[in-house]
Design a protein around this ligand. Structure first.
Ligand code: PMP
Length: 461
């Protein structure tokens, strides 16, 4: 056979094999749909980590036998798994709206009908931004600060953030984003690719998973428990690492538990992430609200670290939409490209407001949140709950021990009928169906009135 004949033969073979792969993938999708139907009949969750892990193990074994690249075979498997979840979710409709959002929307609907609702679910400070921000807002029009800016943020703000951050940070290591949420999005979408994996510690703010799902990155979750005081088990974390793992996400002080990691645990996680050459993304948007010592990831020597902060919680500036990421210059460049493609830059007026906010003190806000957390914990201690006193952030995350309300949604529904909106624990991970999150973002009178109703319901039940 001549070379050109051989080439043509091989091309035919590769076409046939590709056709066969597509036929098999189609077959797999059909089976996944049928599994989805059965799960719906049985009312069980679409995602089952144990089952996925079993398949992953058998794929690793097969890839090793065949001498195939482990990362590539794992990536293909992850794409298949994510597609299966998608077709099954289409059946159940359950993915369309998070439990947390469902409560918020129902509460808003009830308010429209004239019912008074105590909002203990929202994670938005009720206090105003610093007065310096008000003064800046009033001047911005006359000062003509309403143009496009540098993609990564105006130099004055980047410099001020770098200076305030310390640890020798320079302005090229700063990316100003529209809120901390977008900084998370920039990091995940610029550093990870479909089929890659990231490790997330639960219970967790749902945005990390939403973002990973959005671009086809597979999430591996490490569950933490109230019994372990929400401290992650580092060996279990290490066991989740495989050839496809690219990033670990940390969020301390944590939403929803309020946990701050003991330094020795953070030391171990940082050193493990270096051993496996992983990105380490630390979402520190609640760091101003630390009631015990807090160690930032910024303190560590680690070239693949990304730290995220925000003006939203620290200065009561949620609607201004200003946050930022600090990282290595090259990582910031990659993250900036997401911003350049999608939004050009953060609105210039908001960047100047953020600059003004940096000059103000925030002690009063922190004291206020702490005193509200004291109030909430004092009151729920007398109800049928169990919790770890928060080390920081703006929330209390108690376990409900009631014999009547056996799931968070049952209690959340009952509370809402009685005029109290509260975040269900399962919104932070399906494992936490006995928890609720109470937010310290409302005045004491509102908290007390909401908690009066909760006490009545829980002590009756
Ligand atoms: N991280 C965590 C853990 C949060 O809870 C939030 C807001 N709920 C954010 C980031 C993002 O906040 P923003 O986009 O307003 O800065």
């Amino acid at each position: 056979m001549s070379n050109s004949e051989e080439l043509s033969d091989l091309r035919n073979q590769i076409k046939e094999v590709t056709n066969e792969i597509i036929r098999l993938v189609h077959n797999r999708m059909e089976i996944a749909k049928r599994i989805g139907n059965v799960k719906q009949e049985l009312s069980i969750d679409v995602e089952d980590e144990q089952v996925e892990n079993d398949i992953k193990e058998s794929i690793i074994k097969l890839a090793k036998e065949l001498g195939m690249d482990l990362e590539f075979s794992g990536k293909l498997l992850n794409i298949l798994l994510l597609e299966s979840v998608k077709v099954q979710n289409r059946k159940s409709d359950s993915h369309k709206i998070s439990p947390h959002m469902a409560v918020f929307m129902k509460a808003k609907e009830m308010e429209k009908l004239g019912q008074n609702i105590f909002h203990l679910e929202v994670g938005e400070p009720d206090y105003a931004p610093p007065l310096s921000v008000r003064n800046e807002l009033l001047k911005i029009y006359d000062d003509k600060k309403y143009h496009y800016t540098e993609i990564s943020g105006i130099p004055r703000l980047r410099n001020a953030i770098a200076e305030r951050t310390g640890y020798g940070t320079n302005s090229e290591q700063v990316l100003v984003t529209p809120g901390g949420r977008f900084a998370v999005f920039c990091a995940i979408t610029s550093l990870l690719k479909p089929g890659d994996e990231l490790i997330n510690i639960e219970p967790s703010w749902p945005a990390y998973k939403e973002c990973a799902d959005f671009i086809g990155v597979k999430i591996r979750s490490l569950k933490t428990s109230l019994e372990d005081k929400w401290i992650p088990n580092v060996s279990k974390l290490e066991n989740l690492v495989n050839a496809n793992t690219k990033m670990i996400i940390l969020n301390y002080p944590n939403n929803p538990t309020g946990k701050i990691l003991p330094k020795n645990i953070l030391d171990k996680i940082v050193s493990m992430s270096k051993d496996y050459n992983l990105f380490l993304l630390s979402d520190e948007v609640y760091s101003a609200y630390s009631f015990v010592d807090f160690t930032s990831l910024l303190e560590y020597e680690c070239s693949k670290k990304i730290t995220i902060s925000s003006f939203s919680k620290t200065f009561g500036m949620t609607g201004f939409r200003v946050g930022y990421a600090i990282s290595d210059k090259e990582i910031i460049r990659k993250m900036s490209s997401v911003q350049a493609t999608s939004i050009t830059s953060v609105a210039e007026p908001m960047q100047y407001c953020a600059l003004m906010a940096l000059e103000s003190t925030i002690h009063d806000n922190v004291d206020l949140v702490k005193s509200r957390i004291d109030l909430i914990t004092k009151r729920i201690r007398k109800m049928r709950t169990e919790f770890v006193y928060p080390d920081g952030a703006m929330y209390v995350y108690p376990k409900i021990l009631s014999d009547v309300y056996k799931s968070d949604m049952a209690l959340v529904k009952k509370l809402l009928e009685n005029g109290v909106a509260i975040a269900p624990g399962s919104g932070f991970g399906s494992f936490y169906k006995h928890f609720i999150r109470i937010s310290a973002c409302q005045p004491e009178t509102v908290l007390n009135q909401g908690l009066d109703i909760m006490e009545r319901i829980l002590t009756q039940g």
